[in-house]
Design a binder for this molecule. Structure first.
Ligand code: MN
Length: 129
């Protein structure tokens, strides 16, 4: 099975951009357009990695990652914030909320590629107890 990446994003242009990049790299992309459906999909699909927009229509990305990290079956999945709020302190706020990584939008292909390679570990390693 190919590596599956869930992207939680309400902006369809960003969704399309990231979809294009992930597909060109051979990843399978799962998509959710708000926080609650994203959490539901994460629990159902157990993706290898989750990309999360911060400004979502229901609960924000910081709340999404908080709930992911509180869930023992989901906590080990790397979660990377994607936000256009590229302000000073934003990165620290994301990492403090539980994100494993942070990328500023618009995301560059090479940055996304590097982040994925950094955070994607073999299942055997990731699931080790
Ligand atoms: Mn958004």
């Amino acid at each position: 099975m190919s590596t599956r990446i869930l992207y939680i994003e309400d902006n369809l242009l960003n969704m399309r951009l990231v979809r294009k990049i992930l597909m060109s790299m051979g990843y399978t992309m799962l998509e959710a357009v708000d926080g609650n459906s994203g959490l539901q999909m994460a629990a159902q699909e157990l993706p290898n990695l989750i990309l999360v927009d911060i400004n979502l229509p229901d609960i924000d990305g910081l709340e999404v990652v908080k709930r992911l990290k509180e869930d023992t079956t989901l906590a080990s999945i790397p979660a990377v914030a994607l936000t256009s709020n590229a302000m000073h302190g934003d990165r620290d706020r994301c990492l403090a909320a539980g994100f494993d990584g942070y990328l500023a939008k618009p995301v560059a292909r090479v940055e996304l590629k590097n982040a994925l390679e950094h955070f994607l570990k073999p299942d055997s390693t990731r699931m080790a107890v």
